[in-house]
Ligand binder design. Sequence first.
Ligand code: BG6
Length: 490
Amino acid sequence: MAKFVPVEPFNLVIFGGTGDLSRRKLLPALFHRYLDDQIRGDTRIIATARSEMSDEDFVEMAREACRASTSDDLWTDDAWSYFSEMLSYAPLDIAAPPEEWNNLADKVGKSDHTVIYYLATSPSLYVKTCGGLEAAGMVNENCRVVLEKPIGHDLSSAQEINDGVCAIFNEDQIYRIDHYLGKEAVQNLMVLRFSNSLFEPLWSRNHIDHIQITVSENLGLEGRAGYYDGSGALRDMVQNHLLQLLCLIAMEPPNSMDADDIRTEKIKVLRALKPVDHTSANRNTVRGQYEEGVVGGKMVRGYTDELGADDSNTETFVALKAEIENWRWAGVPLYLRTGKRMSRRSSEVMIQFKPVAHSIFTTPRNEPNRLVIKLQPDEGVRLFLHIKEPGPGGLQIKSLPLNLSYADNFTVRYPDAYERLLMEVARGNLALFMRRDEVEAAWRWVDGIIEAWQALDSKPERYSAGTDGPLSAAMMLDRDGRVWHKPVTS
Ligand code: BG6
C-alpha cells in the first residue's frame, strides 16, 4: 500500500480558476490528495477569474468537476463537504488597480502558510499577473508561483516571460510545469536507469543502436482549436514533453536527487542537441496533418474541417531524428514522433541494442534486444530477449519479453500527474519542474527547426486519421535501415 506523507497546510490561489485545466485537472487532483489525507483541513484553495460568481456557485462548479473525475468507490458526500470548506472564489480582473486585489488578498489572509499562485491562464498574462501580485503587496519569500506550459511560443517570448516573472520571484520560487514529469512511468525512467546496476554499462553508443520516443494520441483538437492552430505538434509536444523524456533517457547520472543536480544534467543534454538546419530539416524532420479517417471504429473529421478553416499549415504530427553531440551518444540517432488522431493512444520509449557481433545461429529470426518502456497506457517495462523455441526440429530462436507490468504488480490507483506535481510544489521540491535555462535551451533547438521549415516553405504532409502518420515518417527511418517500433500491447 502506498504511503502518503501529509504536506504542511498551504494557501493556493488558482488564476484561471474556472477554466478547463482547473476543472479537469487541478481541483480533482486536490480532492484526491485530500481523500488520501495528504492535504490538511486548514489549507485554503482560492479560485480567481474575471467572471462574477459567488463562493457557493464556485463550490457547486467544483463539485461537478470533482465528481466527474472521481470513481464511485472513492466518492463520499461527507468527504466532499469537508473538502469544499477549503474552497472559495474571488472575482478579479488582473488588469485592475492594486486596491481591487484586496478581496483576493483578504481571502489569502496573513497566516504563515506557504502561498502558492498557480497561473492556469494564457502565458500572455503571466507577467501581468505577477506584476499585479507585487503591486498588491502579495509577494514575499513565503510565496511560490506555478507556470503552466507553454512558456512562450519561441525563445524570445519565453525569455520575455522568464525576465518578467524572475523580476518578481526568485528562480527557486518558480515552478514551471511539464506534466509529463509527474507521470508515474516517467518517474520510473530514473529509477530504472539509476537504481539498477544492469543498464548503466550498456547505456551508450557502445551497445545502443538507436532510441525511439513515441507519444501518439488518438484524440483531435478537443475544443482547443484556437490555441492549437497557432502552436502545432512541435511546439505543443516536442518542445516540452518529448524533450524532457529525451533528457531523462540520455542524461548522465545526477549526483543526487537534488533538483539542481538533476536539472544540471538535463540541460547538458539539451545543449548537446545537434542543431537542425535547412539541409538536415529536409532529411531529418517530417510534418503531417490529419485528414478524415476512422479512429476506434468511428469516422472522424480532418484537421481543417475540425478547425473550421479552408486551409492551415499547422502540423498535427511531427517526426524527427535528433542527435546528441557528446561522448556517450555520438552516432546514436534518437527518433522522436508524436501526433494527434493516430491509430492509438500510446507513449513508449524503445531502446534498441546493437546486434550480436557475430551470430553463430543460422536462423533468420534474430532481432536485436530491445528495452521498451511503456509510459501509457498499461505502464510497464519489457526487455525483449532471445530464447530457443522448444521442440526437436531445427533450432528456432524467438524474441520474447521479460514483462514487468505495473498492473500485474501493483493494485494501487495511479495518481494523476497533477496530484504529484501539486504536492511537490507544496513541499517546495523543484526536482520535477523545469529551470529557466532548460525551457530556453529547448526553445533554441525547436526555433532552429521552425526557421528551417519556414525557409523551406514546408507544408505538412496529409495522413488519414487513425493511421501511424505520413509515409515520409516511415521513409525517414527506412533511409537509415530502420523501422518504427510497433507499440507493444498487453
Ligand atoms: C498537453 C498538450 O501538454 O499534453 C495536449 O497541450 C496533449 O495537446 C496533452 O493532448 C497530452 O497529455 P497526456 O497526459 O494525455 O499524454
